[in-house]
Design a protein around this ligand. Structure first.
Ligand SMILES: [Zn+2]
Length: 429
């Protein structure tokens, strides 16, 4: 028997916007990210002799061409090694890479990025006589054009972490050819899902931007790196999955919001999670199967999306215009959900899109959850998500809420909820 609820239309009581609870000042946040050196320290400090020796044990670096020859920026006498500017940049990048720690596992390896790198390749050659950087010659050695790290500094271009980070991204890309194969669509890859060279480079930049300790680098630098990641997404995939799928980081926000709701309801044993996000167009209700009144619960048919969000900003003043602008983009259409949420109870992913019924003999879900995509503020440390919550047990109410969250260290916390509709349990209608 296929179980679905697309045909059901919930009888609803639209109540405008009701602030459910104002959850401010979540005190007692624990810091659980190891203290990390900040990005600028890798640019400012010379690598120590011990750091250099450790890198040399892992990777054979050959500086066959060095446009910065004659410069010396680090010295053995001062506890480092005699290094030209290009050599210093190379060691600084690799030391930084070795020290990187992320608050989420990388999508293509269970190892740290540096452990993965030194398993994938044995060395890096810096060369002048090549058109572009490539992998590999000899077989376990990537070749990097000397201009990548060999530009002499000018008054306008000072040393910065962005340059080192760009090099790290290139190294990750080339090394991935060694264990992930060649490009699958000309010089581009077919899709992000393949986790080829462009995808791991994209994820690497995204992880630096979104998954490092908050004080690792300034917001401007973070935003720059995030933009680079998005550019790769837009340009390097033939199927262009980036613009068409929910970003990995959004699942964390959805999960925290859904967990909050599940914990509050108390007796939930199993949930069904929609395989598509809910969106503002009323016709998109058919894609998720959640029909609420004359629309889909995010707004009424008579409200524009902007009007709905203005009401939300009125009831939760901490929700900024940057956040609602970002929310509007994500909610402009329904997207497919490709990852599971991180929830305290078992879940099944289902919906008209997947045509998947519940597994035979499974615990029937008490609750169906329909998330929207996530809108962020510019700093990416505050977020807005909408959840449609449908009671399937006949015991509780169904409802829809806009949920506001903030991020402290690596932890998202619900800080405000605005309920926009609710419906009595089916048995009491
Ligand atoms: Zn490539």
């Amino acid at each position: 028997m296929t179980w679905r609820c697309s045909a059901a239309t919930i009888a609803i009581f639209l109540m405008g916007v009701v602030v459910v609870r104002s959850l401010t000042g979540a005190a007692g946040q624990t810091r659980n990210v190891a203290v990390q050196r900040d990005a600028n320290s890798f640019v400012r400090d010379c690598p120590t002799a011990a750091d250099i020796a450790a890198i040399k044990r892992d990777l054979r670096l050959s500086f066959e061409s060095d446009p910065t020859r004659g410069t010396q920026v680090c010295s053995a006498a001062a506890g480092s090694a005699d290094l030209t500017l290009m050599q210093a940049r190379a060691y600084r990048s690799l030391v930084a890479m070795r020290d990187l720690s992320f608050d989420a596992p990388l999508p293509w390896t269970k190892d740290s990025v540096y452990r993965w790198l030194v398993k994938a390749i044995g060395g890096i050659r810096f060369r002048a006589n090549i058109e572009t950087s490539f992998c590999c010659d000899p077989p376990n050695t990537i070749n990097v054009r000397d201009t990548v790290l060999g530009r002499l500094p000018t008054a306008a271009a000072t040393e910065n972490f962005g340059q080192l980070e760009g090099f790290m991204g290139l190294v990750v890309h080339e090394a991935r050819h060694r264990d992930g194969g060649p490009h699958t669509c000309g010089n581009r890859d077919t899709s992000i899902k393949q986790l080829g060279s462009w995808a791991v480079q994209y994820h690497f930049h995204l992880w630096i931007a979104n998954h490092t300790a908050p004080d690792f680098m300034p917001t401007v630098m973070r935003d720059d790196i995030r933009r680079q990641a998005v550019r790769l997404c837009q340009e390097q995939f033939c199927e262009d999955r980036c613009r068409d799928s929910v970003e990995e980081t959004e699942y964390r926000v959805m999960s925290v919001a859904a967990t909050h709701v599940i914990r509050e309801l108390g007796s939930v044993r199993m949930v069904a999670v929609s395989d598509r996000t809910v969106a503002f167009p009323c016709e998109s209700a058919a894609e998720t199967g959640l029909v609420v009144g004359d629309c889909n619960g995010m707004r009424t048919a008579r409200q524009s999306p902007e009007q709905a969000l203005t009401a939300i900003r009125k009831s939760m003043p901490a929700v900024g215009e940057d956040m609602t602008a970002s929310f509007l983009i994500g909610a402009s259409k329904s997207f497919s959900m490709e990852s599971r949420l991180d929830l305290p109870v078992p879940q099944t992913v289902w919906g008209p899109g997947s045509d998947r019924g519940l597994p035979q003999g499974a615990l029937p879900p008490d609750l169906a959850i329909y998330p929207s995509r996530v809108g962020y503020n510019q700093g990416h440390d505050a977020a807005l998500v909408y959840l449609g919550v449908r009671d399937l047990s006949g015991k509780s109410k169904s409802f829809g809420e806009y949920i506001f969250l903030t991020k402290t260290n690596i932890q998202w916390t619900v800080k405000g909820r605005a309920r926009v509709w609710e419906a009595l349990p089916a048995t009491q209608r």
